[in-house]
Structures are given as structure tokens and as C-alpha cells.
Design a protein around this ligand. Sequence first.
Ligand SMILES: [Zn+2]
Length: 330
Amino acid sequence: MQPEEPIVAGACPVCDGHRRAVLARGGRDDPALTTVVCCGCGMVSHHPLPDPAAVAAYYAREYRLAHKGAADPKPKHVLRALRGAVARARRLAPLLPPGARVLDIGASSGEFTHVMARGGFQATGMEPNQGYAAFARRTYAAPIHEGGYEAAPEVPGGYHLITLNHVLEHLPDPAAALSRFHALLAPEGLLFLEVPNLLGVQKRAATLFHTAHIWNFTPQTLAGLAARHGFTPLAGENLAETSVVFRRLPAPCPLPPDPALAARLRRQVAEHQGTLAYILSGTAFRRRWHRLGRALEEWRTLRQHRCTTTLAQALTAAALPGGSDRINKK
Ligand SMILES: [Zn+2]
């Protein structure tokens, strides 16, 4: 990559720095996409950042497209969402008091809200896509409200747990979101954040970056952003990953940024930029092979179920052994 003049941008949400270096030009769905890295802390984002109204319009378009075609998620996506929801429920339920108040932001087709509600928790969700929210209510009778996190209702005593599964990277202003969650949570409430991990990814920039992911996190920048808004990882969490349960603290607890991270990410992206290097690495082949295996397994599983509702019942029953109203805590 040719060195370029640093870009001056607005204050970084992790370190307040203004200097950015270009990490990549071009993305999966937009050849004009420019991705930059904060020179102070390694936070990666689009440049310029999109206007929040434009992001809302983007999701509004997606919503209309969804309604022209298939308003409901495909069965294979429901299967993946249910399996993910069961895994998250098994991880998070043991951390909660019985009957805890749980809020899922970006609840999609409602699987996590459904599984947690079946586990005896007061689970609700927020989902901006009307088609998916309607699917969740129809299929699972899940209490999913239409809208983004801004519209999430306050509850007396605050929520015990707020979850965002692959949602934070889509938000125009993740700092404002974390600030809001701090206000919505109970004094020692939990925040579960899972985002894609940019660190160590072996992909070409043309397939790695895309319009919908405004922010690209690493374990360091995720923890750094959370700390600035009063969240610290629970003891025992794997801090080498970007799937972390945080506990709410009374006040912010900023972490020192890692100024070496930006250079490390630039080297990583540059190393996987060439098509030949990418082919020789075998990454594309391994990924296709993995997808083929997954497609076959999903096809076999889906064949055993008449419709999405019976699939959901079967997978949720597996998470609730013996007809118990509590999620299996093993
Ligand atoms: Zn920064």
C-alpha cells in the first residue's frame, strides 16, 4: 500500500484522536468505500462517516426490498439464528437472577428473545425491520417492538441484561448507544456485545469491508469503547475475542489506547491485499469447503421439519430439557 497523507476527522469515539490513516479503498458492495484507522488507538471506520439519516434510509430501503420479495427470513437463516440464540442463552442465563429483565437490541427474527422468554426471563426485543419483527411475533409470539435502541422503553429498576449480537458495528454512533444502555441498565446490569473481530482476519479488503459495517472492531477497541461508557468485562471473559459480557460500573473507567494497533492492522490488510497471495493462502478454498459442508448439514436438518414453527419448537425444546421452564445451565 502506498503511504498516504493522514486524514483529519472528527473525534475518535475510543481515544478522541483526530488523525486517521487509510486502511483500504474499495469494499464488497462499494468500490468507492474508504476505510480508515485511527492513528491513536486502531479504531477502524468508514471515512467519511455516513450521515445517520442516510443510514436510516438505507435500512428503510432494505425493509422495502424485503417486503417486495420474501418478508420472512429463509429457513436456513432461522436455523442458524435459533442455534446461535440457544448458545447465547446457555452462556448468559447462568449470570442472571430468575425472571431477570432482558432486552435484545437488533432482535432480528426474534429467536433470542423467544428462547430467553421460554427460559422464564422477562425478555423483550427491539427490531427496526418491520417484516422481521412481524415474523417474530407471528412465529414465536415474541414481544418484539419495532424500532432502534433509541425507542427502547425504560423499565423500573432497569434491565438486568442488554444484548447486541452483531449490531454495534452497524450503528452510526456506537458511543451514544453505549451511553443509552448505561442509563437503561440496572446498577450492576450486564451488557453482552458481539461484533466481528478484525484482528487476524485473512481476507482481501474488497471482501472484508462493506457499507453496512460502519465500524470494524478489535478486542482492544471494543473494550476501550465500552470502558469509556462505564463497562468492564466480567471476570473470566476471553479478552482476545470480540464476544464479551460487560458489567455496568457507576462511572466511566477509560483504558489506555494501544498506539501500535493501527500499524499492525495496516500490515495485516496490506499482506492480504494481493489476489495471488490470497489464492495461495488457501483461505478462499477453505471458506468455500466449510460453506458446502454447512449447507449440506442444514439441508438435512431442515428436511426433518415441516415448517419454521416446528423447527423452532424442536430446537427450543432441546434447550429446555425435560420440559423445564429454565434454560439448561450446563
Ligand atoms: Zn482512536
